[in-house]
Design a protein around this ligand. Structure first.
Ligand SMILES: [Zn+2]
Length: 164
């Protein structure tokens, strides 16, 4: 039996979650395609757990399709309310509407959890965490993110090397 999800999944605060039981029937279509262009897209099959979550950076509401360990297998995004995410979930999983549980995680709790999760991987220069940048270089326990590198490149370009 699946437990409660962690407060944050895929950099999004979990608002509500559902562990699907035998009262829920899969419609045959999740309408969610995963994979990539090169290997081909596949429609994600039935999953045991769903979560409605709000992206901590963009505020976007997402429907996360998860395995029993709450690893995210696929995500549908762009909902402007939890009600719309639930309607979409119900289309794929008939009966799920009565399964939703309130995750009871405040925005502050989610941020705190996320900060602790990434504590060892902050940029040594700007203190940002990985969800807030794209790439990072690490040497001798010092980390620098791509945003800082871009900033340093700009500074270097502005200051021509002196002749002295
Ligand atoms: Zn940085």
């Amino acid at each position: 039996m699946s437990e409660k999800p962690p407060p944050v999944l895929a950099n999004a605060r979990v608002l509500e979650y559902a562990v699907l039981d035998e009262s829920v029937t899969y419609s045959g279509h999740s309408s969610l395609f995963v994979g990539n262009i090169n290997e081909g897209l596949k429609e994600l099959g039935p999953v045991p757990c769903l979560a409605i979550a709000q992206d901590l950076r963009t505020g976007e509401i997402m429907l996360l399709h998860c395995d029993e360990e709450w690893d995210v297998l696929g995500r549908g995004g762009g909902y402007d309310s939890t009600a719309k995410a639930k309607t979409s979930a119900e289309r794929a999983y008939h009966g799920v509407s009565s399964c939703w549980m309130d995750a009871k995680i405040s925005h502050e709790e989610a941020l705190k959890f996320r900060d602790e999760m990434w504590a060892e991987q902050r940029c040594s220069f700007c203190d940002k965490i990985p969800p807030d940048f794209n790439k990072m270089i690490e040497r001798n326990n010092v980390r620098i993110c791509d945003l800082c590198i871009a900033e340093f490149q700009k500074i270097l370009a502005e200051e021509p090397p002196s002749d002295e």
